[in-house]
Design a protein around this ligand. Structure first.
Ligand code: DGJ
Length: 733
């Protein structure tokens, strides 16, 4: 990994063993995108920035007849001086002008990487892991300094980027758009993959070819959302899971975002991503700085599995923090689907005790333990224990759970308030609400105004009281509604455009304070299931509740989609009751577990209510997961066959030394009399012989070229099997 600098040409070639990213000054003093892709020779000086104009009737030529800005591949383009595509940023100056023109001034290079103040970001464990380049550009009229940050990583095919804006003049100006990146690619022969959905069906992959015009996904909900995830892939048409070129971009941010691909009529592709510019206005006074969130740009020439593995490794090593980083995650039992808010200490201890008998390690008390919280109409905002339910408080309950031999975890939803709460009665001005307008409720609750430090302080102090007095080792941080009426009461008009982003900064600051004070706590983020599953959250919470949909079959799809952009160690996955709460579908306890293993694993039901036979299986499952969880959570993960396109799908994990692997094949609907069906495995050592389930002995190359037979109509198990079956294969070299 290095950055080769051509001083005279003002060119910068960032490279590691797999990728090259070359940028340099173009004719207008702007920084152009010269090459991004597979590693090329670092001595190559590139003279073409694609800006050579053809004959265009209404074209604007900058400098001379041969150069058109709108045909150039640019790194951080403005609108208003010859480039008609979507810009990366916009600045409204005091005189009303929005024209800007950034001119290259210089650069800085250093080992390692600096944090981004107040924002989550990837980090180096040692300086030798990465090199950072800062390109400094100035608009001398607007008195704007922009720094483009690029970090190239030694071990991953990844470039991380972000941007800072500084007012270097006297007059205030307003940033009205400040995206984190622009990637101009010289052709548009790509498919776009987005990960969309809704509550209970998050992150389904959808692929469509890019063509002239704009393709975009966004959130304006105040959180990243289950509707559109802030992760997208651009892939070549012939790229599949196992071969071909692709670029993945994760935004390290949890609020409103925009990801957009614009194909112009000259066959070029401009990809931009960052904070959604809608409703974004950020005033910058003299000397003030604004930092954008970071993007993680990953590249592969070897298919989508390779792209995901690259992202998984990077997030596990350079984004997730704390004592659970790269550590097996505790097997937990959560009471939500078992009791919802109807519980008392006795019923909780009974559920926990049974969990202990099954071998789980952590009991998590979900919603309903605080304030007057007997249903979802009251209590949020009042973070003191409901002693009617828990007479000895959280302190007492945690102690009793610990005495059972379990760790104790607690649910909170700190960003919300019910109108029926002491907090709201005392501070009706602490919610986001527009003057003289209805305060829209969602799940009977409002959103606290986290742009106000005093609100964050109050919640911190309340939570501190609870957490500091009990032995809590895990917190599930929930967030159950999107923002409406985004207005901060009492704040001047000119600062209202800052609120969506300031809210996120306030939320991050609370996380940071709690982590600093209680570094031993494992956080799991949650937002009505998986409505805030993003790279920003993973910086604070190493795992995220993937979905409220715990149906085994639905989870195969949701977790398959999630795996494209996020590591298996981060996927909150539990076995719940059958028939399932969300779908009413019945599945065997083993089929439900066969997808939950590919995540943090746990249970979300009252184990006192399962049959003796099932309970024995639960004990076996917990034992099995304890033995294999490192493999599941940190092994090399492969998508073998998609459940979105096939009746039979499969995923697998392989250990680093390739001596162990586990594959699970899922059969959605049973089709009779279809003969034998093989699934080809991946990632094995061709030369090793693997025992499959301790029986067959097969070479790695055979297993990868021919595959394992999942369905054999002659097998007795299959004859009796119904729909939504799965089958696990354990391979040992
Ligand atoms: C939504 C979460 O996704 C559930 O797991 C549960 O914690 C409920 N909220 C509690 O209100």
């Amino acid at each position: 990994m290095a950055i080769k600098i051509f001083e005279q040409e003002k060119q910068f070639h960032l490279y590691n063993s797999k990728i090259s990213y070359v940028i340099g000054e173009c004719r207008d003093g702007e920084i152009g995108q010269l090459y991004f892709g597979k590693r090329i020779n670092e001595n190559q000086i590139i003279y073409s920035y694609q800006g050579v104009a053809g004959r265009l009737d209404c074209d604007v030529k900058v400098y001379d007849e041969n150069y058109s800005k709108e045909m150039a591949c640019l790194e951080y383009p403005a609108f208003g001086n010859g480039d008609y595509r979507n810009s990366a940023y916009e600045v409204r100056q005091l005189n009303g002008s929005r024209v800007t023109n950034l001119v290259y001034q210089g650069y800085e290079v250093y080992e390692g990487k600096k944090p981004i103040p107040g924002l989550p970001a990837s980090y180096v464990n040692t300086n030798s892991e990465a090199i950072t380049l800062e390109i400094i550009c100035v608009d001398d009229v607007a008195k704007l300094e922009v720094r483009l940050f690029y970090t190239i990583w030694e071990n991953y095919s990844i470039i991380t980027r972000h941007v800072s804006f500084k007012n270097i003049g006297e007059d205030e100006f307003k940033l009205t758009k400040a995206l984190s990146c622009c990637i101009d690619l010289p052709d548009h022969d790509y498919d776009w993959i987005q990960f969309d959905g809704a509550w209970a069906r998050e992150r389904y992959p959808h692929v469509r070819p890019l063509d002239e015009g704009v393709t975009a996904v966004e959130s304006m909900r105040g959180h990243s959302s289950s509707n559109f995830n802030p992760f997208v892939i651009l892939k070549r048409k012939d790229t599949n899971e196992f071969q071909g070129e692709a670029i993945g971009v994760n935004l390290v941010y949890s609020g409103n975002f925009l990801a957009q691909a614009e194909v112009d009529t000259f066959d070029k592709l401009r990809f931009t991503m960052g904070i959604n510019p809608r409703w974004f206005v950020w005033p910058l006074k003299k000397e003030e700085v604004f930092e954008t969130p970071e993007v993680i740009i990953s590249y592969t020439k070897n298919g989508l599995n390779d792209l995901s593995q690259n992202i998984h490794g990077f997030m596990n090593n350079n984004l997730v923090r704390g004592p659970y980083k790269n550590k097996p995650r505790p097997i937990l039992l959560n009471n939500w689907e078992a009791t919802e808010m109807k519980f008392d200490e006795e019923s909780i201890l009974k559920i926990a005790k049974k969990g202990k008998d099954a071998g789980v390690e952590l009991f998590v008390l979900d919603d309903g333990w605080f304030g007057k919280r007997d249903d979802d109409f009251a209590g949020l905002g009042d973070w003191f224990v409901n002693t009617n339910k828990l007479p000895d408080g959280i302190t007492g309950l945690a102690k009793k759970i610990n005495e059972l031999g379990l760790d104790f975890g607690l649910w909170i939803e700190p960003e919300m308030v019910n109108p029926d709460s002491d907090l709201y009665r005392a501070h009706p001005d602490w919610v986001l609400a527009a003057p003289d307008r209805r305060r829209t409720l969602g799940r009977h609750q409002m959103v606290l105004d986290y742009s106000k430090p005093e609100v964050v302080d109050n919640i911190y102090n309340q939570l501190y009281e609870v957490i500091s007095k009990a032995n809590i080792s895990y917190i599930k941080w929930d967030m159950n509604r999107s923002i409406t009426e985004c207005f901060s009461q009492g704040l001047p008009a000119e600062q209202q455009g800052m609120i969506y982003h300031k809210y996120i900064l306030g939320m991050y600051s609370l996380y940071e304070r709690l982590i600093e004070k209680f570094p031993h706590i494992l956080f799991e983020s949650c937002a009505s299931g998986g409505a805030r599953f993003d790279a920003g959250m993973l910086y604070y919470a190493p795992q995220a509740w993937c979905s409220d949909d715990t149906d085994g079959h639905e989870r195969v799809k949701i977790q398959y989609g999630t795996s494209y952009g996020y590591p298996i160690s981060s996927v909150g996955a539990h076995v719940s009751a059958s028939p399932n709460m969300q779908t009413g579908r019945s599945m065997t306890i083993d089929d439900r577990a066969n997808i939950a293993y590919f995540g943090t694993f746990g249970y979300e039901l009252d184990l006192n209510k399962v049959s003796d036979e099932e309970f024995e299986r639960v004990k076996e499952q917990v034992k099995f997961m304890k033995e294999y969880r490192s493999l599941f959570q940190y092994g090399t993960f492969y998508r073998l066959q998609s459940p979105f396109e096939n009746n039979i799908s499969g995923i697998m994990v392989v250990s680093e030394d390739k001596k162990q692997a586990i594959a699970v094949i899922y059969n959605t609907l049973r089709t009779p009399n279809i003969g034998r069906e093989n699934i080809k495995l991946q990632g094995l050592d061709e030369t090793l012989v693997y025992s499959v389930d301790g029986k067959e002995k097969l070479y790695g190359d055979y297993l990868m070229e021919r595959g394992i037979g999942f369905i054999d109509a002659d097998e007795p198990w299959y004859k009796s099997a119904g729909d939504f079956q799965s089958r696990m294969f354990i391979l040992k070299a």
